[in-house]
Design a protein around this ligand. Structure first.
Ligand SMILES: [Fe+2]
Length: 268
């Protein structure tokens, strides 16, 4: 059987040059100037001809129609089908990344805006040969009760299950690793509030791919690989560890899979 290739993108924090909020673009210059690096990475991704690209959220630094359309147009340039799971910044009108609620007044809330542009952000699964990919919405760090039922129903009938979500799973070993890398991280924000691993995922998921931290980490917890991916953009103004890469998964048969990183190609 031919192998299947999936490329996973970490946070992007794209900001369109056409977004009208000039003040924010100055305050967030470290991300506003990062998008050309992603355009270069898109060339490398296109060269890989993946079967699917999965983005782990924070496609944009704050939700606006110009930022949404800019992200869509860059991602469409990969020449491959792509799917996204939302990050906190995708659901926020503010660059601080706090998801906003719909008060029935003012601009359309971000969730409707993504849907109107044809970009799905809810829970869903995608089957590729022997592998089931589960895309789970954890943008607010809280996971609703319905998500637990969905996971229970959806997991289990494939040889390999991979979970893709924005915020790292709640588990003591995951929290310890994050704090070992950066002791200032607030565990209220950087791991999920709901314990999904113990009640529902232990022994049923081969690997979990997450973003949100903006640094890479890799550990195995009770048989499940926890991969935390760095930014897939590269900021010319700020050093984020491991930034500017995409992760290529080559899924081959039922036993394991290969993982490697690709970086931007310039001028190709
Ligand atoms: Fe982020």
């Amino acid at each position: 059987m031919a192998s299947t290739k999936v490329i996973v993108l970490g946070d992007l924090h794209l900001i369109s040059p056409d977004d009208p909020d000039e003040d924010r673009k100055v305050r967030r210059a470290h991300f506003a100037q990062a998008w050309p690096s992603f355009r270069d990475l898109v060339r490398a991704i296109r060269g890989e001809a993946p079967d699917l690209v999965v983005a782990l959220g924070d496609l944009v630094d704050w939700y606006s129609e110009p930022n949404r359309d800019f992200a869509r147009s860059l991602l469409d340039g990969m020449g491959a089908p792509w799917a996204a799971t939302p990050g906190n910044h995708d659901l926020s009108f503010s660059w601080e990344g706090k998801p906003e609620t719909d008060d029935g007044d003012g601009p359309a809330p971000p969730r409707s805006g993504w849907a109107e542009a044809g970009i799905e952000m809810g829970n869903r699964c995608i089957d590729l040969d022997d592998t089931r990919l589960l895309l789970m919405d954890s943008a607010t760090s809280r996971v609703p009760e319905a998500t637990v039922a969905w996971l229970d129903e959806t997991l289990g009938d494939r040889p390999r299950n991979l979970l893709f979500t924005h915020v790292p799973l709640r588990h003591d070993e995951v929290a310890s690793r994050i704090l070992a890398e950066d002791p200032r991280r607030n565990m209220e924000k950087y791991i999920q509030h709901t314990d999904l691993f113990g009640p529902c995922l232990r022994g049923r998921v081969d690997a979990v791919y997450t973003g949100h931290l903006h640094f890479p980490a890799d550990l195995t917890v009770e048989g499940t690989r926890m991969r935390m991916l760095p930014l897939s953009t590269r900021s010319p103004l700020k050093e984020y560890r491991g930034q500017g890469v995409a992760t290529v998964l080559t899924l081959d048969g039922q036993d394991g899979w290969e993982e490697r990183e690709i970086r931007a190609r310039q001028g190709s």
